[in-house]
Write a protein that binds this ligand. Structure first.
Ligand code: 13P
Length: 257
């Protein structure tokens, strides 16, 4: 049984003071029994990580710490980049890579995503590798081809057991921050195709254990329906994750799904 993972991607929102407040509110609102049914992670901006890590450690919170991005080299002359080794040292457990905003706005290619996935795993953290189609690709009937190409390229060269422990996030680009969500059936169909590609490329055990999240305008109101789908193992949440009440409700619904 795959335990669902609900991840809050805060994107470039909240300074470290605001981050502290949000985590404290969340800790107060998320009940103990919720963590038995779902894993919960937050992905604050880099400048907030140390603050959030300190709260999680000092209050022994079950919330996992995540980052939004990293470089693939551990050290060196890469001005402005963030080392996966430094993230691991901060007790970061999960790192998002290949988010569509990084692909579209900052030119991240499948090859770069593949380097990052390998680096994140090499530093004993879990990659959340994002894939998803544009509206044009969807309308042209290319959703599956596009998404599966991204999956195969991003996972290229990985061992079966490494793939089995990863998280993939299916985030249709047209659903991100737009209030438009894929229907649960549509999202399920793409996630099932992704799992099929993992089984084909890396074997049935990897396909069975890899967690596949859906992301794109997930809210408390639609989370349960999405997560109840057989191939959707959680959600990658943007906007709704920076509102403590909304995110706590969303997690509670997901835990019931
Ligand atoms: P929204 O939930 O704001 O649509 O963002 C989704 C997302 O990009 C999460 O990574």
């Amino acid at each position: 049984m795959r335990k669902p993972l609900i991840s809050g991607n805060w994107k470039m929102n909240l300074n470290h003071f605001e981050a502290l407040t949000l985590v404290e509110k969340l800790a107060y609102q998320l009940t103990k029994d919720v963590f038995e049914r779902v894993d919960v992670a937050v992905h604050p901006p880099f400048t907030d990580l140390r603050t959030v890590q300190t709260v999680i450690a000092s209050d022994s919170l079950e919330i996992q710490l995540g980052a939004q991005h990293c470089h693939w080299e551990a050290t060196g002359a890469y001005t402005g980049e963030i080392s996966p080794a430094f993230l691991a040292k901060l007790d970061v457990k999960l790192v998002i890579c290949g988010h569509s905003e990084r692909r579209e706005l900052f030119g991240e290619t499948d090859e770069m995503v593949n380097h990052k996935v390998k680096a994140i795993i090499a530093h004993d953290m879990t990659p959340i590798m994002c894939v998803g189609e544009t509206l044009e690709e969807r309308e042209a009937g290319q959703t599956e081809t596009r998404v599966l190409d991204q999956v195969r390229a991003g996972l290229d060269g990985l061992k079966r057991e490494q793939v089995g422990q990863m998280v993939l996030a299916y985030e249709p680009i047209w659903a991100i921050g737009t209030g438009r969500t894929a229907t649960a059936d549509d999202a399920q169909a793409v996630c099932a195709a992704i799992r099929g590609a993992v089984v084909e490329g890396w074997g049935a055990p990897a396909g069975e254990s890899i967690r596949i999240q859906y992301g794109g305008s997930v809210k408390a109101a639609n989370a349960a329906e999405l997560i109840a789908m057989p191939d959707i193992d959680g959600a990658l949440v943007g906007g709704a994750s920076i509102d403590a009440e909304e995110f706590a409700r969303l997690v509670a619904f997901a835990a019931e799904a």
